[in-house]
Design a protein around this ligand. Structure first.
Ligand SMILES: Cc1ncc(COP(=O)(O)O)c(C=O)c1O
Length: 457
């Protein structure tokens, strides 16, 4: 197995000014505080309270266009299928769909979201290691463009489902190239021991078998080696293996029309440079250009991550131990149930005060935590932050991907509100795209059986 080491060294913490300077959509205004694409985030928090997600339509558009441009410049003619899992809000899907994005979905729910947002079935591919019979049936009925099959077992099930429905499924085999993407273990998907895809050695024979199965038309291959990938070396290794496989299959007389190159391009969460779509396009081009293939990519995080922030307010600052050397905790009203990435992946997210006055005060180290009853409910340890009084607001940066979609209501905390920034929203520059969940909604679907209803209170 090819292995690559992640870049994350023990770099010094970026300062607040550096975090803002590294992000073209952020700026600090002396009076209005932190602006995102020109809109004061304080105005959003005034209107909706906190915690609140904010997603910027102009940033989404700019990033989609940058990705599409890089693919065009490389002469790949590759089509972008946005990985819906990164942020599945209908408004986000509409913005990206209007730019021309197709969708990569992993459940019937995501497929229905993509369709509701107006994305054509012929622009949708269905990935995932455990699609149910009902989901496969639905995908076939919708007439989506491609189903990425992840195992021999799934191929047989799909053949039966498609034959029974009198349909032919256009299938790509998702191949596991046994390449370590050098990312966090929980988001690495292309090593032989990961649950994803068909073992490289088995792919050619399975493709030949697929070609003979009723209800199946193999159209190509798919590969996705993981997420938050910053080095191009694993991409190059994976695409070289896929190109070899294309040639092997063609030499055996099989038709291979397309390769789905997956997603995974990373972003700069601290002040490291993020992944560059032009470099990704170069990695694809190095192996897969000139093979007469229809190419696709499935980016999620790169498109939406930097387009979103999570706004939170300080509940209180708590000190433990002696005032000079003890611990300082900044307790926010947002928690791991809102943004789980720090707890789940030890992920770094920049934290910036919304007030320009707060942002320039002398900073000291603090642990930034939420109110949930787990020590893992920690957004940052030893982060350099100015003193923050109760009610002071902060933005947790780069929260547009794998943020709101991974929220839960743990500790009976309602799902946060969401706003979208867009000049079309009128003078405020933003619109509410999700109301804060009501407390009553938390238990609205719960049923207490009759036999439990007497005897208490
Ligand atoms: C099959 C597939 N494609 C695309 C993606 C999108 O990944 P990312 O958001 O890192 O671009 C994922 C997520 O891991 C995935 O599983």
């Amino acid at each position: 197995m090819a292995t690559y080491t992640a870049r994350l060294a023990d770099l010094p913490e970026p300062e607040i000014a550096d975090l803002i300077a590294a992000r073209p959509n952020l700026s600090m205004h002396a009076m209005d505080g932190l602006l995102m694409d020109g809109v004061p985030l304080n105005a959003v928090a005034d209107a909706l309270g906190t915690p609140t997600w904010v997603i910027s339509a102009p940033t989404l558009r700019a990033r989609y266009q940058a990705m599409a441009h890089a693919l065009d410049q490389a002469g790949l003619g590759a089509h972008v299928h946005y990985a819906v899992k990164a942020n599945d809000h209908l408004a986000v899907l509409r913005v990206l769909g209007a730019e021309g994005a197709g969708a990569d979905v992993v459940s019937e729910g995501e497929l229905r979201r993509a369709r509701l947002a107006g994305i054509a079935p012929t622009n949708i591919v269905f990935s995932g290691v455990g699609k149910t019979v009902a989901e496969l049936r639905h995908a076939l009925a919708e007439g989506i463009s491609q189903i990425n099959v992840e195992s021999a077992e799934e191929l047989d099930i799909l053949s039966a489902v498609a034959s029974a429905a009198g349909r032919t499924a256009r299938v790509a085999l998702r191949v596991n190239p046994d390449v370590d993407a050098g990312t966090h273990a929980k988001i690495s998907t292309g090593r032989a021991r990961d649950k994803f895809g068909i073992a490289y050695e088995d792919a050619a024979s399975l493709y030949a078998r697929a070609a003979a199965l009723p209800g199946i038309r193999p159209v190509g291959l798919a590969v996705h080696i993981g997420s938050q990938i910053l080095s191009m070396a694993p991409y190059r290794a994976a695409y070289a293996r896929i190109a070899d496989l294309v040639q092997t299959l063609r030499a055996a007389g099989l038709t291979v029309e397309s390769v789905d190159c997956g997603g995974g391009l990373g972003i700069g969460y601290a002040d490291e440079p993020g992944g560059n779509p032009a470099s990704l396009a170069g990695a694809i081009r190095a192996s897969l250009h000139n093979l007469g293939l229809k190419l696709m990519v499935e980016p999620g995080r790169w498109l939406v991550g930097p387009a979103g922030v999570l706004l939170a307010s300080v509940v209180l600052e708590k000190r433990v131990g002696d005032p000079a050397n003890g611990s300082r905790f900044v307790v926010l009203d947002a928690a791991m149930n809102d943004l789980i990435r720090p707890a789940m992946y030890d992920a770094f997210h920049g934290i910036v005060p919304l007030s320009a006055v707060d942002a320039v005060r002398p900073a000291g180290a603090a642990d930034v935590v939420g109110p949930v009853c787990e020590s893992g409910d920690t957004f940052a340890r030893g982060r350099l932050l100015p003193p923050l009084a109760a009610g002071a607001r902060v933005a947790i940066l780069d929260a547009g991907a794998y943020g709101a979609v991974m929220s839960s209501t743990y500790n009976a905390r309602p799902l946060a509100a969401e706003a979208m920034l867009d000049p079309s929203a009128g003078p405020s520059g933003f619109a509410v795209i999700r109301e804060r969940q009501k407390l009553e909604d938390l238990w609205a679907a719960e049923i207490v059986p009759d036999w439990l209803k007497s005897g208490i209170g």
